[in-house]
Write a protein that binds this ligand. Structure first.
Ligand SMILES: Cc1cc2nc3c(=O)[nH]c(=O)nc-3n(C[C@H](O)[C@H](O)[C@H](O)COP(=O)(O)OP(=O)(O)OC[C@H]3O[C@@H](n4cnc5c(N)ncnc54)[C@H](O)[C@@H]3O)c2cc1C
Length: 346
């Protein structure tokens, strides 16, 4: 079999690149072995403001310009909702935080998102002595449903192989790669933290961060916005909420832990006062890079091997724009920005 591309990994990175290939009428085969699940468990939030310091997220405006139509096209394709517009209410801890919020909300790059009015309204079950700062034009993507549907879609066209890609079986020639019975012009690796096992690219400095989340049912909590305090509480509908997330730089497994659960409960109980029941506990590893920028580009020696990784904590916003940049680089030699090009690590 001869195709244009092989793709390894169908998380947000693999999905974004594959979607681009489809638009360009390129043929491909995707390998996916369920060894990682960052994209499946992700909160799926998109938000251009860093909620700790009230500063803009790196290149968020450009990312959202590509990302929002990207998810909308998928909604149309699969006739299903994935993009839920949700405002974010940031609980203030102090008057000083309120002042910092006002200063930030005045900046032209943030004024589209940060409301300059403080919300003093009380919501049942939510402690908020110093009020809330409100962010609009934010939301969440239901990444789990989207990936499930995309997988079925590729499967139905025999474009998905539900198996591990075995690196030692890859043969590399000048103008093609050969993997078992498949010949391809290029291969793009999108394995998230699976990168550690990739002998061609595992020299790149990933500083992965495990994250855990719980899903709770809180019958007396009736909010339709996301609350951000020590953790976020994201409405899923019918009084279900996703709560997260932890950061752990030591544990390299994707298993939920008792320690992670306890941390989430302690943080949640610091501002939610109504009873709740934990109905699910999930975890994944964020593919975060030392310099907090994505990994995009070609192998220094083998030019038909490429990578799309390092989406870190913001895969929802970054995947579509970086997939497009990588495609344009591989097909038309349009230079990548030096900030994302892996040549920064040669
Ligand atoms: C707890 C948590 C909360 C998060 N919340 C958010 C959020 O709110 N908003 C946001 O934007 N981002 C969030 N993220 C980050 C986001 O999930 C990541 O940036 C994104 O999922 C990374 O996507 P990826 O495709 O690079 O990696 P992954 O999702 O890990 O996908 C890689 C895929 O490759 C497959 N694979 C690996 N090796 C092989 C192999 N050899 N053969 C075949 N298949 C292979 C894996 O099974 C996996 O499916 C969160 C992450 C976590 C863990």
């Amino acid at each position: 079999m001869q195709v244009d591309y092989l793709i390894v990994g169908l998380g947000l990175a693999g999905l974004a690149f594959t979607k681009k290939l489809e638009e360009e009428n390129k043929s491909f085969i995707v390998f996916e072995d369920d060894s990682q699940n960052s994209s499946k468990v992700a909160g799926g939030m998109y938000n251009p403001v860093i909620l700790k310091r009230f500063t803009p997220v790196w290149e968020a405006e450009d990312q959202l310009k590509i990302a929002l139509p990207f998810y909308n096209e998928l909604e149309i394709k699969f006739q299903k909702k994935y993009d839920y517009k949700v405002d974010i209410y940031r609980i203030f801890k102090s008057i000083e935080e309120q002042n910092n919020w006002f200063i930030a909300a005045d900046k032209p790059s943030l004024s589209n998102y940060m409301s300059s009015k403080i919300i003093h309204k009380k919501f049942k079950g939510v402690l908020s002595n110093a009020g809330f700062g409100k962010l609009t034009n934010t939301g969440r993507i239901d990444t789990k449903e989207l990936l499930k549907d995309y997988r079925t879609y590729l499967n139905n066209q025999n474009k998905l192989k539900g198996e591990s890609f075995i690196y030692s079986n890859l043969e590399i020639a000048n103008n093609e790669v050969v993997y078992k019975e498949i010949k391809a012009s290029k291969i793009v690796f999108c394995e998230g933290f699976g990168l550690q096992k990739n002998p061609f690219f595992n020299y790149l400095p990933m500083q992965e961060a495990k994250g855990e989340l719980i899903i709770i049912h809180a019958p007396e909590l009736t909010i339709d916005f996301l609350i951000k305090a020590a953790v976020f509480v994201m409405p899923l509908g019918n009084n279900y909420y996703k709560v997260g997330a932890t950061f752990n730089w030591k544990d390299k497994t994707k298993n939920p832990t008792e320690e992670g659960k306890q941390e989430l409960i302690t943080k949640l109980d610091s501002f939610i006062t109504v009873p709740y029941q934990i109905v699910e506990h999930i975890a994944g590893i964020r593919p975060t890079i030392k310099d907090r920028r994505p990994l995009v580009g070609k192998h220094p020696k083998y030019k038909n091997l490429a990578i799309l990784n390092g989406l870190g904590t913001r895969g929802v916003m970054i995947a579509p724009i970086t997939a497009k940049a990588l495609y344009n680089y591989l097909e038309y030699d349009i230079k990548l920005s030096t900030e994302i090009d892996i040549s920064r690590f040669y």
